[in-house]
Design a protein around this ligand. Structure first.
Ligand code: 16G
Length: 160
């Protein structure tokens, strides 16, 4: 069993509610894929593909996927990703991106999404990014604004 990053990098100043455990994604967390299906299309990924992608992310050393585990069931009920992008601009600075924030439907309303956001904002500050950004649906803008994000730029995409 391997962790994507050292759990010691998790912030200690964000309180985790009783009954939950916050940790880095591990290479046997296949349940993470089930949770991601509540966010968007995942398709079929077998354990080998999961492990290969996990290994590539670990090797890249810029993926911080945090998961929230329900202690009683050992199930992953929340997850979010901090991706660190290396730049030449801003004195060879780094930019952070928040990706794939998802909380299990049956756990909504417990402010776990907010908790995951706080955790990643703290980690991004510790790493020292010059900017942290994310893309989200229009209706989620007020939610993310609570965590310090401002609506500045437009986001454009192409689908293939
Ligand atoms: C949301 C996610 C983004 C994810 C996308 C998937 C957050 C803050 N944003 O925009 O990270 O990649 O959904 O949707 O979690 P897609 O499959 O339509 O790209």
């Amino acid at each position: 069993m391997a962790s994507l990053f050292d759990d010691l990098l998790l912030p200690t100043n964000v309180p985790i509610p009783d009954g939950f455990n916050l940790r880095a994604l591990r290479n046997d967390d296949f349940g993470y894929l089930e949770l991601l299906k509540q966010l968007t299309s995942v398709g079929f990924i077998n354990q080998l593909v999961f492990r290969k992608r996990f290994d590539a992310m670990k090797k890249a050393k810029s993926y911080y996927i945090v998961v929230l585990e329900e202690v009683q069931s050992s199930k992953i009920v929340g997850a979010a990703t901090l991706l660190i992008e290396f730049k030449f601009i801003h004195e060879a600075g780094t930019r952070g991106r928040i990706e794939d924030v998802v909380v299990d439907e049956r756990m909504r309303g417990k402010k776990l999404g907010g908790l995951l956001n706080q955790v990643l904002v703290e980690m991004a500050k510790t790493i020292g990014v010059y900017k942290l950004s994310l893309e989200c649906k229009t209706e989620l803008i007020p939610f993310y604004q609570k965590f310090g994000y401002q609506k500045n730029l437009h986001f454009l995409d192409q689908r293939f």
